[in-house]
Design a protein around this ligand. Structure first.
Ligand code: HEC
Length: 157
């Protein structure tokens, strides 16, 4: 019993100490996806879907849930965002080549069609991010059309 109490107190202290470490937040003010929006020209609806369902992990601005205040959740989220942005970052669109943009749009189509994105862990707590069939179709149509524009060379870069 005594040893159990010591372990509990020890763990509690570690948990408290951990709260002093905060990973840097992914926050950006202003129009951080301007180039992406201008070039790919999503409809108001498609843009709203991307903002609600994808921007938190694939742009330079995350809207954090309250529980991000608590370590180790904050570290876990921070890792997810870093990883997500490494694969696809709408705020970094201007630095992608035309081929890369085309390829990313292709991956977007695959991911939403297969139900791989948004990540399941995310939709557990963000019900509004879950894509309906109709929304999936809207994303696929927009991405397919935009891929053609890049392939035809009608876009800069
Ligand atoms: C909770 C964070 C999160 C959300 C929300 C999210 N993603 Fe991702 N996404 C990731 C992570 C992490 C990866 C990289 C690891 C992986 O592929 O699972 C990724 C990878 C990707 C990739 C690259 C796949 C590849 O083959 O390299 C695409 C494309 C993508 N996401 C599209 C989307 C789209 C579109 C949405 C919105 C409908 C979305 N994601 C929402 C976290 C997220």
């Amino acid at each position: 019993m005594k040893i159990l109490k010591k372990i509990t107190v020890g763990l509690l202290l570690v948990f408290i100490a951990l709260q002093f470490y905060r990973p840097q937040k992914n926050i950006s003010n202003g129009d951080h996806t301007k180039v992406f929006v201008e070039e790919t020209n999503p409809s108001t609806e498609v843009l709203a879907i991307l903002k609600t369902s994808c921007y938190d992990c694939h742009s330079n601005n995350t809207i954090y849930p309250w529980y991000n205040q608590v370590a180790p959740v904050s570290f876990w989220l921070s890792d997810h965002i870093k990883d997500g942005k490494k694969h696809l970052n709408f705020s970094d669109w201007e630095n992608y080549t035309k081929q890369k943009k085309d390829h990313k749009l292709e991956e977007i189509i695959e991911e939403v069609q297969e139900g791989g994105m948004p990540l399941r862990e995310y939709t557990w707590t963000h019900k509004e991010a879950d894509l309906s069939e109709q929304q999936t179709k809207q994303i696929v149509d927009w991405a397919t059309k935009t891929r053609l524009l890049y392939q035809l060379g009608n876009q800069p870069n």
